[in-house]
Design a protein around this ligand. Structure first.
Ligand code: ADP
Length: 787
């Protein structure tokens, strides 16, 4: 009977039964417990109804039982009937309780079954292999996923305990070891092993096996499972490989960056340096991290280069362009070296910040300095080449031009072979080439024979009377001049002593013995070439001869012309001694006319008159000689004595003019050679001029004649304390007829000058610093002159 039909049937039967029992129990006084039959009705209800329905049915049955007692026994309640009724109610109640509890047990059993089925469903539907093992670690349960994963029947595997067959042989030892330890210690097993799959491949799977107390078995059982972690493990392994590779390449990179001989660097988008390789520290001596922290790397850049570097760097960062800079970097030694920095931006993302600069700095010091040197050398070289080229061009032009100029004579001679021969002579230690050649005439001839005339110009050929230059070139050079050998020897000496230029006079010997006096110059060029040019002196010599003749004639004419002047001069010169004599004669006459005639005084006056007479005679004699152009014989003169004598001679004039004449001769002076009368006349003239100059002058009037022997000559100085010579007159003083005096003739100094010159001296004049004029001249010692 199906459930929908059975329930109403059983309930109707139960109701009918209950109604029947009530009817019997209520119609007659049966002394039996019919009410017990209500229990059957309850059993029927419990067969199809719930616990609550059984309870309600039991309550109904109790009510019917009590109702039936009331109907039948209430009018005569007897204890027996009451007890029966009570027992029946108790029986109904107990039975109902039993039936309800049975109902509950059944419901519990059903729930259990349901749960069990759910667990089974869950265990078999999860995609993981699950198991349960006993406390010894032996697996007793495997879920359905086992078969799905391994392709093996789980029951047969369990039966034969063959579940370890699916583990990769290499993983068996670790598995056994781990599981044994976990079982023994009741700890968790957590292990990855390779499990053979249904398709035969191995996949990494995670074993997780946990000990748990089971109240059912009252012992510690183990529950575990397998999850597929193959992809994760493989990914991890691959990741590890990648990591290892990365680590290797990072190490390699570090080794590489540290071993390159350049500084390597990296900067972020703002130009902040965040990496330097080890070379940076080696070069600058700085700590990399400290420098990166402070960003003060530019402190090592040479102060002159720092600004430019910073500008270039900032520009590159703002333009996000390549950076290039050359600058001097201070090294750990303190030395600055030229470096070249190059850096490039690398974009590694979308945003502008995602940019980095990578670059290096290399040492280009040697290149820069050698480049600078080469540049300097090149510039110097270029300059020199330019100078030399222009010089050469100029020289060549001049040379070529000069050579072709028709009226200038040139000859070019090659001394190179001769110079080689001279080198050999020099190497042998000869210093005086001229003496050596004089002693070795053969060698001189050989050396001269090595000299070649390489080129002469038309002008020279013409000058020497040759029709063409070839004839002259063919001549042996020594034959081209009267003293050709001497001239060539001088040219050899040029090379020998390193002289580049000589000149002199010679007489060229031209064609058919023609003689041409010339002034020549020789210049030594490079490569042993000598260039000579000649100035024809034929005309000059002729002019010179004419000039000399004219001069002689003029001198004679001059002498005649100056006779008048001489007459005046004689008058001037004779004037003084004659005046002196007149005074002396008068003084002498007065002395004799006295009562006691001063015989000594008269004698002294007479002697002086004699000397004056002699002087007059000397002057007349000299003048006559001058006029006829002859000189008197000269003799030795004691200058000191002559000076003293002169003072004596003009004593009269000196006194009259209140002039003091001092003769200074500190040490004896040697005699000189000359004309005594003339020299005395020089003294008289100079002293008289001084007297004239100081005439009327206030203060000291002194003339000093100073004699000093020096360097083979006696220096004579005649100085005065007069006004000196006005600057504008100094040049004209010695000119004939120059005078500033009203009665002067202007011949005195001219006569003095020529007299001194005739004795080998030169009369000069100068003003003294303290005032006054000083006339001076040197006269050579007589000994030196005669020797
Ligand atoms: P003169 O005595 O006839 O004038 P000099 O030839 O002796 O001719 O002198 C030329 C001039 O030189 C003089 O007129 C005078 O002006 C100047 N002179 C010569 N000696 C002196 C001196 N000691 N001091 C100043 N002037 C002088």
């Amino acid at each position: 009977m199906t459930e929908p039909i059975r329930r109403p049937v059983f309930l109707m039967l139960a109701t009918a039964l209950a109604a029947l029992v009530f009817w019997i129990d209520s119609i007659a006084e049966y002394e039996s417990s019919v009410a017990i039959l209500y229990l059957a009705a309850l059993v029927l209800v419990s067969a199809v109804g719930s616990g609550k329905e059984v309870t309600r049915a039991a309550q109904g049955c109790v009510a019917l039982t009590v109702l039936a007692w009331v109907v039948v026994h209430l009018h005569d309640p007897k204890a027996a009937s009451i007890l029966r009724c009570l027992f029946a109610c108790i029986a109904i109640g107990v039975t109902a309780a039993l039936l309800v509890s049975r109902k509950r047990l059944e419901a519990t059993q059903q729930d259990l079954e349901h749960s069990r089925a759910e667990v089974d469903l869950f265990a078999n539907s999860v995609p993981y292999v699950l198991w349960r093992s006993n406390p010894r670690g032996e697996i007793e349960y495997l879920n359905a996923s086992w078969t799905a994963v391994t392709g093996l029947d789980r029951l047969s595997v369990l039966e034969g305990q063959r579940y370890n067959d699916v583990v990769h042989p290499d993983d068996i030892p670790i598995l056994n070891e781990t599981v044994s330890a976990a079982v023994a210690n009741r700890t968790v097993t957590n292990l990855k092993v390779r499990i053979r799959q249904a398709n035969g491949s191995y996949r990494w799977m995670q074993i997780y096996d946990n000990p748990a107390y089971s109240p059912l078995t009252d012992q510690v059982e183990r529950f575990g499972g397998l999850s597929d972690v193959h992809d994760e493990v493989v990914a991890k392994q691959e990741l590890q490989v990648v990591r290892d590779e990365l680590e290797t390449s990072r190490t390699e990179l570090v080794n590489f960056t540290d071993s390159v001989p350049q500084i390597l660097w990296r900067a972020d988008h703002s130009g902040k340096i965040d990496f330097f390789n080890r070379r940076y520290t080696e070069i600058t001596g700085r700590d990399v991290q400290a420098t990166i922290g402070r960003q003060d790397y530019a402190d090592d850049i040479h102060p002159e280069d720092r600004e430019k570097f910073s500008r270039v760097w900032k520009e590159a960062i703002s333009d996000r362009s390549e950076v290039r800079a050359t600058y001097r970097l201070r090294h750990v030694t303190g030395e600055y070296r030229w470096m070249s920095l190059v850096g490039r931006p690398v974009q590694f993302g979308e945003s502008p910040e995602e940019i980095r600069y990578y670059g290096g700095v290399s040492d280009i010091h040697d290149e820069v300095t050698s480049h600078q040197k080469v540049k300097e050398l090149n510039e110097t070289l270029e300059q020199r080449v330019a100078e030399r080229t222009s010089e050469l061009m100029l020289t060549e032009q001049r040379y070529a031009g000069l050579f072709d100029v028709s009226n200038m004579t040139f000859a070019e001679m090659d001394f190179s072979k001769a110079e080689t021969m001279l080198d050999a002579i020099k190497d042998s230690g000869v210093t005086d080439l001229r003496s050596y050649m004089a002693a070795h005439p053969d060698e001189l001839a050989r050396t001269l024979g090595a000299i070649r005339t390489t080129r002469v110009n038309d002008a020279l050929a013409r000058l020497m009377g040759y029709e063409n230059v070839a004839d002259l070139v063919a001549n042996p050079p020594a034959q081209n001049a009267e003293d050709g050998t001497e001239v060539l020897l001088r040219q050899l000496e040029m090379y020998y002593h390193g002289v580049n230029h000589i000149d002199g006079r010679t007489v060229l010997v031209g064609k058919a013995g023609r003689r041409i006096p010339v002034y020549f110059t020789v210049t030594r060029l490079s490569d042993g070439l000598h260039l000579s040019s000649h100035l024809d002196l034929s005309e000059q010599e002729r002019i010179e001869q004419m000039r000399q003749a004219a001069q002689a004639e003029m001198a004679r004419a001059n002498r005649i012309a100056t006779v008048g002047a001489f007459s005046a001069s004689i008058a001037h010169e004779l004037n003084q001694p004659i005046t002196s004599m007149v005074f002396d004669a008068r003084t002498g006459t007065r002395m004799i006319a006295r009562e006691n005639p001063d015989i000594e005084g008269v004698d002294r006056i007479l002697q002086r008159m004699e000397k004056n007479a002699q002087r007059i005679s000397g002057i007349v004699q000299r003048t006559r000689e001058n006029l006829v152009g002859r000189r008197r014989a000269v003799g030795t003169i004691d200058l000191h004595r002559l000076a003293l004598e002169t003072r004596d001679l003009i004593d009269h004039d000196l006194k009259r003019a209140h002039v003091e004449l001092e003769v200074v001769c500190a040490t004896a002076v040697p005699a000189i050679m000359g004309d005594q009368v003339e020299l005395q006349q020089v003294f008289v003239n100079l002293v008289n001029n001084a007297i004239d100059a100081m005439r009327g002058q206030q203060g000291v009037r002194r003339v000093t004649i100073e004699l000093v022997a020096k360097d083979g000559a006696v220096e004579v100085r005649v100085s005065d304390t007069g006004p000196g010579i006005p600057e504008e007159y100094i040049q004209k003083l010695f000119e004939p007829f120059f005078t500033t005096k009203a009665t002067g003739i202007g011949m005195g100094l001219e006569i003095c000058r020529s007299a001194v010159a005739a004795m080998g001296g030169q009369l000069t004049v100068a003003n003294l610093p303290a005032g006054g004029a000083c006339f001076a001249f040197d006269l050579p010692f007589a000994v030196a002159q005669t020797s």
